[in-house]
Design a protein around this ligand. Sequence first.
Ligand SMILES: [Zn+2]
Length: 131
Amino acid sequence: MKKEKIIIIKNPRLKKVRGNLRKILLQAISSKIDQLEELEELIIEERGLRNKKRIELRDEIDKLFSLRGGSICRCGNGGSCLSLKKFRKEHPMNRMDFTDLDMAYIPEQGEWFCVECYKRIKFLMAKYPVR
Ligand SMILES: [Zn+2]
């Protein structure tokens, strides 16, 4: 994707549907990663670190991490996400219910960010342009 894009959903029901779909996608990817990492452990025990099967598996796992990280399901700022920090302050016990954010794509970063982080990044990009 090359163009900047902001996706905002105002309807609370649609927001919930979007959040739930993101949760399902993230859980599916995480569970696949867990499964492949268990298989990787078995291969390492049997054949050691340096073998073709293990290297192929690690590539597949890395691709899934990268897909998950670069997806619209999560803010590209990860643990430093401004919305996540605010959410954790307001809901210290809830670690899962954080997927219904409006998101923006920044082509220069090649990633999706929540609107709060997007505003901050755009501000910083304007203030400190790359020369
Ligand atoms: Zn964020």
